[in-house]
Design a protein around this ligand. Structure first.
Ligand code: RAM
Length: 928
């Protein structure tokens, strides 16, 4: 008995010892984020965040058995005395988007959190580093400040098309503090765009804040920790303010008819002093302002006018005497417009393009080539003579004879001016505008100076998201395509997803957005970017018009009719985000809105059951349309077919979303609806042979039917044949516009027509992706033939060289050329299934920073052997499909393939071996 007892004790001790040994090896969780990927944010928007972390890459860590999250009001309380929330040990593999379920959090509250996990062997990790988040002002009632600014409308300055322009304002407030500052937060926003300074210093490097939301519903606010910028004694808070989106002509009808008046700021500086007292400085009637500053005018479309003669030295410093300035007017914060912390990252300067070439110089002007179509502002450094005006013009592409071309900007003047106050070199970067351009023309500089490449640089700006994916291959043009896609994305993700960044448009077209969302989610961390815009979409969705989703968001056109293929962004994008991230929150947030959009289709069904009659832009900009000019923009696929296709598809997705959310009745209801619409679609538009009934056949009619699963299985097979015939008739070119193009690769892939898809993708002639590259494109174009080296610009006035829609092919580069896909939401299960085509490629490679860590797939063909390198992150599994392989000719990490605990055989036929892999790094090799 005694002996047995001793044995038990020793084994207990050795077990504890062993497990604590193991514990020591279990590395702590990394890369903690909250909600849509925020790291330690100040001024956070959501009092009910979710928590995510990553398991470190290590031999010991395959998956998560359990986790524990602790949340506290101070660091000292962690981990053992978490006063806000202790999730306790949860047996769950969930390491992303774990919902906070603790005490109610309030505006301004700073919260600390930490997490640990248990690995597959139930060994606990150490606690992670402590992270925090601090909430912004969540309610309008938190604001004591008043909207403040000068009445600039009364100046009645009329710009292009007689739109009211507002002189930029310089506003300031001096104040005194009785002691040093322990902590200070500046809460600030504007009806307009602002740049704020404290004691002469820049508060941030944000650009064009607060960004663009439907201002009549919600204005985003920013929070800055300005503790370091303040001092005991005198201080000065100073703001530059311009029209931006809110009061500029980009807001079109809303600006005109809703009487959006002079720009205003709203700011509240909340201080805790070292002596323990509190003080708040707000925007109110005591502020002073002037419009006699150097930025004379600023417009998003038309550019900026800067006159150095109006510079006001030290205007934003403590010492400045503002007694001559005017008192501002104020307006109370209204209940009707929600003030909410910005829920995605601000626009920032991202990159400076310095590799510049001078194209031409004549007596008065010089043209510079930045070699990349970009969005942002120029930085000029130019010798000037006092009193002269430097004129800065922009262009996307020159004509054959180097003519500077600006017509496709339409009414957007897109021109900046700088008036010199003295002789010498001036440096100028416009502040309250942005342009889309590759070429810059300068005129008005010192005539005695010889233009130099150093005179112009390009500052590229976009919303401040991180790069998430990479794709590269052995083919230069394919790589150029990837570059054009990613530049097109960055250029058009300027606080909202825009159709184009340069002409008098730059609007949040919903159709373009739904088309590009999946590709964007591969390339950039745009989770928060999209969910923020979806909130704007929901705010603009009309209650009065049966759930109509406008075709642009923010809806400054005051859209009357919804468009099929466009309004579906309300359903498709949440679903795409969920699949790319695994975050269910976006589905919860969007569910009612998605249902309402389907309801809009239902409200448009009149005579024929399940077939709506409504508006559509249709398969926008399909090549070779049968009608000419503007009439041809909508392509040849009839709009009634497009309504039915997207009605069915959106109903289908709502049914899937309902299933994920556990709403089984809705799931059934919408599935039945989808089936009924699909049935009506097939009967109405296709004959018994699966042929599209219209004489003029289109690729898109078949693509929509097949990809949206609208055909009976036997009809689908027949329709596939007609699709192939259509492609053959087009001499193996695509024949698709905005709606058909993203679907083409998916359908051909599904049909096993991989070689055909490669053939179409690698076509060099119009219409094709490489055609634009052959014509010098560095971004995606609006039209398949927007420009040619020989003929210059397409004659149609609507013609942008920076339009991301056709970049939707980017998804296929990742998913199939390199072979990396998310198989279960958020890459919890990954599929590696490259489809190498040796006619065009000898290698391709992609990586994605998934919510679990980096995954990658890289293949190359060398010395008659096919090599595949794969990285699978912890807490996921992967299906790996190895092409040209059999069980017998497959080497894994240099050895003959045998099953291990990390690698199991799923299936093998004479062409492909399918394996199920645990996290890790693998090399596969087969002889060709
Ligand atoms: C133009 C643009 C935009 C498109 C609409 C229908 O404004 O091409 O991208 O969505 O038309």
């Amino acid at each position: 008995m005694k002996f047995r007892y001793l044995f038990l004790v020793t084994s207990f001790i050795s077990l504890t010892f062993l497990s604590s040994c193991n514990n020591a090896q279990i590395l702590k969780p990394e890369e903690l984020t909250i909600s849509e990927g925020f790291k330690n944010p100040t001024g956070f928007y959501n009092a009910n965040p979710t928590f995510s972390w990553k398991l470190p890459v290590s031999e010991q860590i395959k998956s998560q058995f359990a986790y524990q999250v602790v949340v506290a009001s101070s660091k000292e309380l962690l981990p053992n005395n978490a006063d806000l929330w202790d999730s306790e040990k949860q047996k769950s593999a969930q390491s992303t988007f774990v919902k906070y379920q603790g005490k109610i959090l309030e505006s301004r509250q700073k919260v600390y959190w930490q997490v640990k996990y248990w690995n597959q062997d139930e060994n606990a990790s150490d606690w992670s580093e402590i992270n925090f988040f601090e909430l912004g002002l969540l309610k309008n009632a938190d604001w004591q400040a008043k909207w403040a600014g000068l009445d600039t409308a009364k100046d009645s300055i009329k710009g292009v098309r007689k739109f009211l322009m507002h002189r930029p304002q310089y506003l300031r407030k001096g104040f005194e503090l009785s002691s040093d500052v322990a902590s200070a937060r500046l809460y600030i926003t504007a009806k307009g765009v602002f740049d704020v300074h404290l004691n002469g210093k820049d508060v941030s490097d944000d650009v064009m804040t607060p960004g663009w939301t439907p201002y009549n519903h919600r204005i985003e606010t920013l929070t800055y920790d300005v503790t370091e910028l303040l001092q005991a004694g005198k201080n000065a808070l100073a703001v530059e303010l311009a029209s931006g989106w809110h009061s500029g002509r980009i807001s079109r009808r809303t600006a005109l008819y809703d009487n959006f008046s002079s720009p205003k700021i709203l700011c509240q500086l909340e201080l805790i002093l070292k002596d323990g007292s509190k003080q708040t400085i707000i925007s109110d009637e005591s502020w002073k302002g002037t419009t006699n500053g150097p930025i004379r005018l600023a417009s998003i479309y038309d550019g900026e006018v800067y006159d150095a003669n109006f510079e006001i030295p030290n205007w934003n410093a403590i010492t400045f005497d503002d007694s001559n300035w005017e008192l501002v007017e104020v307006e109370a914060v209204s209940k009707d417009v929600k003030l909410a912390p910005k829920r995605h990252h601000t626009v920032k300067n991202q990159l400076v393009l310095k590799d510049v070439e001078i194209v031409s110089v004549d007596e008065n002007s010089a043209v510079f080539n930045l070699k990349q179509n970009m969005v942002g502002v120029p930085k000029v450094k130019v010798p000037m003579k006092k009193g002269d005006t430097l004129k800065i013009r922009f262009s996307e592409m020159l004509l054959k004879d180097n003519t500077f071309y600006t017509k496709n900007y339409r009414s957007a003047k897109s021109t900046d001016y700088y008036v010199a106050a003295k002789d010498g070199v001036v440096e100028y970067v416009p502040k309250f505008t942005f342009h889309g351009f590759q070429f810059v023309e300068l005129s008005g500089y010192d005539k005695n100076a010889k233009p130099d490449e150093s005179w112009v640089q390009g500052i590229a700006q976009h919303s401040n998201f991180e790069k998430k994916g990479t794709f590269t291959s052995s083919h230069d043009k394919l790589n150029q395509l990837q570059s054009n896609i990613t530049w097109g994305l960055r250029d058009n993700f300027f606080d909202i997803p825009t159709d184009c960044p340069q002409r008098d448009e730059r609007l949040g077209w919903t159709g373009d957005a739904q088309v590009i969302a999946p590709t964007s989610l591969f390339n950039y961390d745009v989770h928060a970017f999209w969910t923020a815009w979806l909130q704007s979409l929901r705010e603009n969705q009309s209650e009065h018009k049966d759930g109509m989703v406008p075709f642009i968001v923010p809806d400054v056109l005051q859209t009357k009719n919804g468009s099929s293929g466009w309004g579906d962004a309300a359903v498709i994008i949440p679903w795409d985000i969920y699949n790319a991230t695994g975050d269910i929150t976006v589905l919860e947030e969007s569910y009612e809105s998605a249902k309402k959009w389907v309801g809009y289709y239902q409200s448009k069904v009149k005579k024929q059951p399940f077939l709506p009659k409504m508006h559509s832009f249709s398969d926008w900009l399909q090549p070779y349309p049968s009608k000419s000019g503007k009439m041809g923009n909508r392509g040849d696929t009839p709009k009634d077919l497009i309504h039915a296709a997207f009605f069915a598809h959106s109903a289908h997705l709502v049914s899937k979303i309902a299933s994920v959310l556990g709403k089984t009745d809705d799931a059934k209801k919408y599935k039945n609806l989808y089936k009924a619409v699909a049935n009506a679609f097939e009967n109405e538009f296709f004959d018994e042979n699966g042929k599209f009934k219209q004489e003029r056949q289109t690729q898109t009619s078949y693509l929509l039917g097949i990809y949206f699963e609208l055909f009976k299985p036997e009809t689908k097979l027949k329709a596939q044949k007609y699709l192939l015939e259509e492609i053959k008739n087009a001499d193996y070119h695509l024949g698709t516009g905005f709606l058909g193009t993203p679907i083409l690769p998916k359908v051909l892939d599904d049909m096993g027509e991989i070689d055909l898809m490669y053939k179409i993708l690698f076509k060099e002639t119009y219409p094709s992706w490489f055609y634009s590259i052959n014509q010098g494109a560095t971004t995606m174009w609006e039209r398949w033939n927007s420009f040619s080296k020989e003929g210059g610009y397409n004659a149609q006035s609507m013609n942008s060289l920076n339009h991301y829609a056709y970049g939707a092919i980017g998804q296929w580069l990742y998913e199939r050329i390199a072979g990396l896909t998310s198989l279960e939401p958020g890459y919890q299960k990954i599929r590696i299934a490259p489809i190498p085509n040796t006619k065009f490629l000898t290698s391709a490679s992609a990586s994605v920073k998934t919510p679990y860590g980096k995954a990658s797939s890289s293949w190359k063909i060398e010395d008659d052997s096919f090599n595949l390198d794969v990285v699978i992150p912890p807490n996921t599994t992967a299906e790996i499909h190895i092409p040209n392989a059999t069980q017998n000719n497959l080497l894994v990490n240099g050895n003959d393939f045998t099953e291990t605990s990390n690698l199991k055989l799923m299936s093998s036929d004479n062409n492909t071996v399918k394996l199920l892999a645990e996290p890790g790094t693998y090399n596969f090799q087969t002889k060709l």
